[in-house]
Write a protein that binds this ligand. Structure first.
Ligand SMILES: Cc1cc2nc3c(=O)[nH]c(=O)nc-3n(C[C@H](O)[C@H](O)[C@H](O)COP(=O)(O)OP(=O)(O)OC[C@H]3O[C@@H](n4cnc5c(N)ncnc54)[C@H](O)[C@@H]3O)c2cc1C
Ligand code: SF4
Length: 568
């Protein structure tokens, strides 16, 4: 039921964006740039750029020297598994006990509820998809075909990259297209050594510097945003006062605010989208005030759902009406299905002897990467799809320990230790019908919203990817002269990759997908979903750059449709 009778101007907008994270920030910026009066609804607290209380602290300034106390770790059994959660970053993460969900199968759901969402805690790795990722589902016979291809999205990659600022080389690779880039970070001598050995031994395995959303050399548009050069301190998860890396807080949201067209309401938990059966379209959203629990409604011509994959699924599933009794747009019963993620289970550690007289400076905020080399152009392995490889080589520091004592210990610790290699995989997990989320029929959260049930798991294909990565990584490191090679299968639950996607997938056929090529719900054209929920498949690249490009493309289309009167 809607309370639409006593609507005020303050409640009515051209557009509503749900969520102010990476994708919501982009929706807000584009819609505001196109002149649409836009309301951004954010469930978390207000957090203006610069309001980063721990950003400049030294380890000894923290009560626990940066570590989380045991009681806090015990209280957060899921969150504690996230490598970026510590005493300096904890305020950017959602605590387990405050936001429960039901794990039918183990799923580590890591969230950031605040203005800016997870843009404050992401690792900022930004690789473009190539045409091969868009073509893969149709070619290899999994998922449904993507309704867009690389050429549709390429100009939008360029559009967002210029604004975000992506550091990287122009490597000229077919399966990792170049970005509009700022100068790249550099490999150290040990990483270069491994790169040379791999290039000498394999024709199909280019090794390049990882591309990341850091301003190595700001352009005019970055200075206009008020951002400055990255200092390579790698304390980014605390928030960067220099705006050295991209976040909604430092870039898209202040930009949108400057247009005068954005209203951002923090502490506004979207409960559901209002569908008007008579008008045959969505008319607004129901919001619960995070503090007072009061319910309010806001209205607009178009609605962008950018609450991050699982919350977007939750909101749509909870948006029930006579026309859509099983959730908004859910005519085919597939809403919440085909949830997928990245397979991060495989890791390999090794040491590299030699190069003892060499060192490096700074804390580079990115890794060396090798785009996927399995099943790129055709199906050639017994498993489907492949994995991106990333590695770093660091020298062990003073805290590595020693069996010596007294002056000998001191002398030992003054010298850098061995070169240690860390190599990891980012594998493509195949979307499957069984992997789904749904609403609890009886358990609700503090705001009266049904809790989410997660039912997502690995399959044999994921196991085969891990095995192949272990074999190939070992072989490559042996060829590079590494020793002490140690393989690990972390067996971590899905979710901890923090790249969850799907549930509201794009496709051309309304019988098998939820969204069309412009990210509109097939059966409710004024609702757009442009975060990870829209992804038909995952590729092997870090996903957020693609979410941003898809969002900017859809928002520009939506704004034109509103102006042309097609979505009024
Ligand atoms: C430690 C870490 C490392 C990562 N590294 C990378 C990386 O290197 N590269 C990469 O591509 N990605 C990375 N990611 C993933 C990246 O953060 C996400 O892909 C990205 O933030 C998704 O953008 P989004 O807009 O969908 O969601 P978010 O950025 O999470 O924003 C969603 C927003 O919606 C709000 N919201 C949720 N529900 C509601 C509701 N009901 N009502 C109102 N508001 C709501 C949330 O509070 C939040 O602010 C990483 C994530 C983490 C945590
Ligand atoms: S490494 Fe760069 S982006 Fe990260 S906190 Fe430092 S200056 Fe900011």
């Amino acid at each position: 039921m809607s309370m639409q009778e006593d609507v005020t101007n303050e409640q009515t907008f051209d557009a509503i964006v749900i969520g102010s994270g990476i994708s919501g920030g982009w929706a807000a910026k584009e819609l505001c740039d196109h002149g649409l009066k836009t309301l951004v609804l954010e469930r978390g607290r207000a957090l203006k750029h610069g309001d980063y209380p721990t950003a400049m602290k030294n380890p000894w300034d923290f009560e626990h020297r940066g570590q989380m106390p045991k009681a806090e770790l015990d209280a957060n059994p899921i969150l504690r598994k996230c490598y970026a959660f510590d005493e300096g970053t904890q305020h950017h993460f959602v605590r387990d006990d405050e936001h429960p969900y039901i794990q039918e199968k183990p799923f580590d759901w890591i969230r950031g509820y605040q203005e800016g969402g997870k843009s404050l805690i992401w690792a900022r790795q930004t690789q473009r998809w190539s045409r091969f990722e868009f073509e893969a589902p149709q070619r290899d016979g999994f998922a449904v075909p993507w309704p867009i291809n690389y050429n549709d999205i390429a100009p939008w990659y360029s559009h967002v990259e210029k604004f975000v600022g992506i550091s990287g080389n122009r490597d000229g690779l077919e399966n990792l297209p170049d970005s509009e880039s700022l100068p790249a970070f550099e490999m150290n001598c040990a990483e270069k050594h491994i790169q040379e050995k791999i290039l000498a031994n394999y024709k199909d395995r280019p090794v390049v510097m990882g591309r990341c959303a850091h301003l190595t050399k700001p352009n005019e548009v970055h200075l206009q945003q008020g951002r400055g050069q990255c200092q390579a301190r790698h304390l980014c998860y605390r928030g960067c006062p220099y705006g050295g890396h991209f976040s909604s807080n430092s870039a898209t949201l202040p930009w949108a605010r400057k247009t005068g067209n954005m209203t951002l309401r923090p502490d506004s938990v979207v409960h559901s989208i209002i569908y008007d059966d008579k008008k045959g379209k969505a008319t607004g959203v129901r919001v619960v005030d995070a503090n007072t629990k009061e319910m309010k409604e806001y209205y607009a011509k178009i609605i962008f759902v950018n609450a991050a994959t699982l919350n977007t699924n939750l909101i749509l599933l909870n948006s029930k009406s006579e026309r859509f009794p099983n959730g908004l747009g859910n005519d085919n019963g597939l809403l919440g299905r085909y949830i997928t993620f990245h397979n991060y289970r495989g890791r390999v550690y090794a040491t590299l002897d030699g190069l003892e007289d060499q060192y490096y400076s700074g804390r580079r905020p990115t890794m060396v990467i090798m785009p996927s080399f399995r099943n790129v152009k055709k199906q050639e392995m017994k498993f489907k799809r492949g994995y991106l490889v990333a590695y770093t080589v660091d020298r062990a520091g003073w805290n590595r320990g020693s069996e010596k004592i007294g002056p000998e210990l001191k002398n030992d610790m003054m010298k850098p230790g061995s070169w240690n290699v860390f190599m990891m995989m980012q594998g493509e997990s195949i979307p499957k019908f069984e992997n789904h989320v749904r609403l609890s029929p009886d358990q609700k959260d503090k705001w009266g919203i049904p809790q989410l049930i997660t039912s997502v798991a690995y399959d044999e294909n994921d196991d085969m990817l891990v095995q192949d990565f272990h074999e190939q990584a070992t072989e490559m490191l042996e060829k590079a002269g590494c020793t002490n090679i140690f393989k690990e299968d972390t067996k971590q639950a899905p979710g901890l990759d923090i790249h969850e996607m799907g549930g509201v997938r794009m496709g051309s056929d309304p019988k098998t997908s939820l969204l069309n090529k412009w990210n509109q719900l097939h059966s409710c054209k004024n609702v757009f979903v442009t975060d990870g929920a829209c992804m038909t498949s995952t590729g092997t690249q870090n996903p957020s750059l693609t979410f941003m490009a898809i969002t900017a493309r859809a928002a520009s289309f939506a704004a034109d449709e509103v102006k042309n009167g097609n979505l009024s």
